[in-house]
Design a protein around this ligand. Structure first.
Ligand code: ZN
Length: 230
């Protein structure tokens, strides 16, 4: 009987440990919104608030100038901010070795003048692949910038995909994805689908994480290896 009790206690402890480990492994998803802040941003922030979700906003230089109060609201509501540059034009930002850095520095100055801090977080337009070359990447890294691309792409930047299309793409990209970073855009069609997208992530048991400066960046240059493009 004593031995049975001992076994029972051991089993209970073991089971508790397993349950705790499972809880620790709660899945985290990182939402990102590019190209804002715009007149769509308040609706994005309202939807995020409804689901108690946090996100990272990669903002454009001109839109900081146009919508300083929306940028302030993003920050006040606990979201993270990164830089998306000035031109948003592949023929401009990737045109010289130092141009990506120049655009990020310019945007960072504007961020500082608007909200009083700078950031190391950046995302270049259309992603680093296939536009960025190794020299441009090295210059950004040497300036202490952390370049972030994405690993989940519902392709909402192109046209206005239906929610079913967006969810199918999200589900496909989430398969076996240990580090889900979702690319979304600050635009009306995405706002219209955001409630359903957030609801899906919650139903799948994800919690929402912020991209922060201390994190190792996930980007195509690192994922595919800088050797893929000189
Ligand atoms: Zn963009």
């Amino acid at each position: 009987m004593k031995r049975f009790l001992l076994l029972l206690i051991c089993a209970t402890i073991l089971l508790s440990a397993v349950v705790l480990a499972a809880t620790d492994k709660q899945r985290v998803i990182y939402l990102t919104f590019d190209d804002g802040p715009t007149h769509n941003t308040p609706a994005i922030l309202d939807a995020l608030k409804k689901y108690n979700a946090k996100a990272t906003f990669f903002v454009l230089n001109s839109r900081i100038t146009e919508n300083p109060d929306l940028l302030k609201r993003i920050i006040a509501e606990g979201h993270s901010v990164g830089l998306h540059g000035s031109s948003h034009d592949v023929n401009v930002i990737y045109s010289t070795a130092s141009k990506p850095l120049e655009e990020m520095n310019e945007t960072n100055e504007n961020l500082y003048n608007t909200v009083g801090f700078k950031t190391k977080l950046i995302r270049t337009p259309y992603g680093s692949y296939p536009y960025m070359n190794l020299e441009q990447y090295k210059i950004l890294k040497a300036a202490n910038y952390n370049l972030w691309d994405w690993t989940v792409d519902p392709r909402d930047g192109v046209g206005a995909p239906a929610i079913s299309t967006m969810l199918n793409r999200i589900k496909g990209d989430l398969k076996g994805n240990e580090n889900p970073i979702v690319l979304l855009h600050d635009k009306k069609s995405t706002v219209n689908n955001l409630d359903a997208i957030l609801s899906y992530f919650v139903s799948e048991g994800y919690s929402f994480g912020l991209i922060e400066e201390a994190m190792d960046p996930v980007n195509f240059m690192e994922l595919y290896g800088p050797a893929r493009k000189k």
